[in-house]
Design a protein around this ligand. Structure first.
Ligand code: FMN
Length: 191
C-alpha cells in the first residue's frame, strides 16, 4: 500500500543511530537542494553547511572532546566512549551555521536563524523521504568557540547551530507519539 506524501511527511522522526551507506553524491545533492526551498526573508541565504565525512568525523570528535575538557565542561570517559561509538558508525555529519552578515541591518538576526532552521527541516524531511535517518544535535561542542572556529564558523560572522547526522537507520523504530495540534492552536477573531 502506498503512503500519501502528506502522511509520509508526518511520519518523520529523528534517527540518531545510523550507519553506512549514507547518501551518495546525487542523493546528497537532493537533500541539500531541498534546503534551498526554505523560506528566507530578504533572500539572504544565510545557511551554511560543512560536510564532514570519513576520518573528518573522528576529527570532530577529537575537537569536541578536547574543547569541552579545555573549557572545564564535564565530559566523562563513558560519555566520550558513547559519543565516539555513535560517530564511528555515522557516514555523514553536516555542520550547520547561520551567516550573520552585519552589513544587512534590515533583517533581524533571529530571522536569519529561523531561515537556517527551516533549511535544516527541509533537509531532515528530504532525508526521511529518501529512506535515510537524520538527527539534528547541538552536542559535539556546538557552543564552544574553539570548535566553531575550527569548523570555519567564527562567532563574529556566524552562529554555529549544530550538526545533522545522516545515514541508514540501524534499527527501525516505531513512529513516536505526536501531540494533537489542537493543544497549540487558538482562534483569534479580534473581537
Ligand atoms: C536545534 C536543535 C538542536 C537539538 N539538539 C539536540 C541534542 O543536542 N541532543 C538531543 O538529544 N536532541 C537534540 N535535538 C532534538 C532531536 O534532534 C530530536 O528532534 C528529538 O530527539 C525528538 O525527536 P523527533 O525529531 O523524532 O521528534 C535538537 C533539536 C533541535 C531542533
Amino acid at each position: 500500500m502506498s503512503v500519501a506524501p502528506i502522511d509520509y511527511l508526518m511520519s518523520r522522526r529523528s534517527v540518531k543511530f545510523v550507519r553506512a551507506p549514507g547518501p551518495d553524491d546525487a542523493q546528497l545533492a537532493q537533500i541539500l537542494q531541498a534546503g534551498m526551498s526554505a523560506p528566507d526573508h530578504g533572500r539572504l541565504r544565510p545557511w551554511r553547511f560543512a560536510l564532514i565525512r570519513g576520518a573528518a568525523i573522528e576529527r570532530v570528535a577529537d575537537l569536541a572532546v578536547n574543547a569541552a575538557r579545555t573549557a572545564g565542561m564535564p565530559f566523562t570517559a563513558e560519555k566520550e566512549a558513547r559519543t565516539r561509538q555513535w560517530l564511528a558508525e555515522v557516514p555523514l555529519l553536516m555542520g550547520v551555521a547561520c551567516r550573520l552578515d552585519h552589513s544587512n541591518t534590515k533583517i533581524p538576526e533571529h530571522e536569519r536563524m529561523l531561515a537556517t532552521g527551516a533549511a535544516v527541516t527541509q533537509m531532515l524531511n528530504a532525508a526521511h523521504m529518501m529512506g535515510f535517518g537524520a538527527y539534528w544535535s547541538t552536542g559535539l561542542g556546538t557552543y564552544l568557540d574553539e570548535v566553531n572556529e575550527a569548523l570555519g564558523f567564527d562567532g563574529l560572522d556566524y552562529r554555529f547551530m549544530g550538526y545533522v547526522a545522516i545515514g541508514t537507520p540501524i534499527q527501525e523504530a516505531p513512529a513516536p507519539e505526536r501531540p494533537d495540534y489542537r493543544q497549540f492552536v487558538s482562534e483569534w477573531t479580534g473581537i
